[in-house]
Design a protein around this ligand. Sequence first.
Ligand code: GAR
Length: 215
Amino acid sequence: MLKLAVLVSGGGTNLQAVMDAIEDGRITGAGIEVVISNNANAYALERAKQKNIKNECISPKNFASREEFNQAFLAKLKDYTVDLIVLAGFLVVIPPEMIAAYKDRIINIHPSLIPSFCGKGYYGLKVHEGALARGVKVTGATVHFVDEGTDTGPIILQKAVAVEEGDTPEVLQRRVMEEAEWKILPEAINLIANGRVKLEDGKVYITKGNGKEQV
Ligand code: GAR
């Protein structure tokens, strides 16, 4: 059983998608060990409580320095036995020591087709504002492993979503969530939990039967 820590900052609709997929069997071989938020008011924490999932809050604001926060954050995570960390709308930069401690065991959902509209400054609604400002006709979402960079790690799954005339950032955000994020995040966790994701030379291969197929 793969034990997950899901890290959140806001509404938690991706957390909900993961909880639903575990409940209805689209994710097998994985369970949520703990939900951690940096924001005490995140509705995501409420979603965890409703399902009796252990939950914690730890914010950089309550520490004198980022260094102190980073150490406490890693210590908090180590209170639990965790195999995979899932960043589900988590808006705090992951400390380098955490990336090293959980090498190739942290994944993130990003609301664009990486490498478009990603990196520093692109999070939440800003991603969709960027896509609309550029006038792209297709956007989407990406699940990727987390490395030392911002949104630079190996890509696991992507799904495209059409941009429609008259879209506002909010309308586009909702469509990307419904059509892409809430599907590919549970799908990626299920693939990892079932040993079907292989990392080789910085690229992800999804194993199918006897062969392997790069996606
Ligand atoms: C989601 O759209 C997620 O992709 C995005 O924040 C939102 C969280 O929503 N993450 C990023 O922008 C990370 N760079 P949620 O709390 O309802 O899941």
